[in-house]
Design a protein around this ligand. Structure first.
Ligand code: NAP
Length: 271
């Protein structure tokens, strides 16, 4: 579904962004904020109904041009279809690789097909969409890619082993790309939120009752930190003072202590 973006009197040229996982949580907050900031949008997630409803609202309230792509990015054919849209779009200014989920539990007991899906979504889809977007961005000498990682990528994550490893991949991959893209005009960012109030914890069967209120951020605050980071050319963005302090503190401790502390914390979050 395609709509033509209305130009606003006195406004600058509209920009164009594709957001994965735009039906909920951080992706939805990105879509809302970008529509407010004069972006036209391509919204990707599995739930077509939710995306259509969001698209309708953003067209009416923000005058944004919004397209909806319902796709399960763990499925090769659906991912290819989205890749083609990205690769064919010479006007894409911003790609937000946000769709992701986590699994919790003892790895030896987890459903291995679900673990593989987690790697397909959090890693494979992100890598393939990044690869699809880059040629046009490099040719134009501008463009931005936000890869949504996590604080979980900074530490070993016992009982969240696959999730933590996917996010370590995302941060490392993005840091390496930034260096490769130096001088091209294309900027990349690894966005590393901590606890953020979304549907994530429920989908991962994480018991949030043990997590103190002050540890949480809203999806809107996370998006704000990301966009501020882009404007300052910040490569690894950790939203919130508490998360930045935790990251700094953990980096001073021996890895074996961090591993045990993370294991103890994860056990307490199991439902
Ligand atoms: P969320 O509220 O559960 O939203 C996840 C989004 O991803 C939804 O739009 C979901 O839509 C989409 N999605 C899930 N599976 C998909 C699939 N197979 N194909 C396409 N889209 C899919 O979670 P969130 O917290 O906003 O998570 C967004 C990102 O932030 C993730 O990468 C997550 O790892 C990261 N993160 C979250 C937190 C946190 O505490 N919330 C902390 C650090 C990092 P459909 O169900 O409609 O497909």
């Amino acid at each position: 579904m395609k709509t033509t973006a209305p130009r606003r009197e006195g406004g600058g040229p509209r920009r164009r962004a594709l957001v994965t996982g735009a039906s909920a949580g951080i992706g939805l907050a990105f879509a809302e904020r970008l529509a407010r900031d004069q972006y036209d949008l391509v919204l990707v997630a599995r739930s077509r109904d939710r995306l259509e409803e969001i698209a309708k609202r953003l067209r009416e309230e923000r005058g944004a041009g919004v397209e909806v792509l319902a796709a399960d990015l763990t499925q090769a054919a659906a991912l290819r279809a989205v890749e083609e849209v990205v690769a064919d779009d010479a006007t894409l200014d911003l790609l937000v690789n946000n769709a992701g989920f986590g699994t919790q539990g003892r790895f030896a007991e987890l459903d291995i097909d679900r673990e593989e899906e987690e790697i397909r979504l959090n890693v494979v889809a992100l890598v393939r969409l990044t690869r699809a977007a880059l040629p046009h961005m490099i040719q134009r000498g501008r463009g931005e890619i936000v890869n949504v990682s996590s604080m979980a990528g900074f530490y070993p994550g016992p009982f969240l082993a696959t999730y933590g490893a996917t996010k370590a991949f995302v941060t490392s991959f993005t840091e390496s790309l930034a260096e490769e893209l130096r001088e091209t005009g294309v900027r990349v960012q690894a966005l590393c939120p901590g606890f953020t109030r979304t549907e994530f914890q429920e989908r991962a069967s994480i018991d949030t009752s043990q997590i103190p209120g002050f540890a949480w951020m809203s999806a809107e605050e996370v998006v704000e930190a990301s966009l501020d980071g882009l404007s300052r050319d910040e490569l690894v963005v950790v939203p919130g003072n508490l998360n930045r302090a935790l990251r700094a503190g953990a980096s001073l401790l021996p890895r074996s202590i961090v591993r045990r502390a993370m294991a103890a914390a994860s056990r307490r979050l199991e439902e």
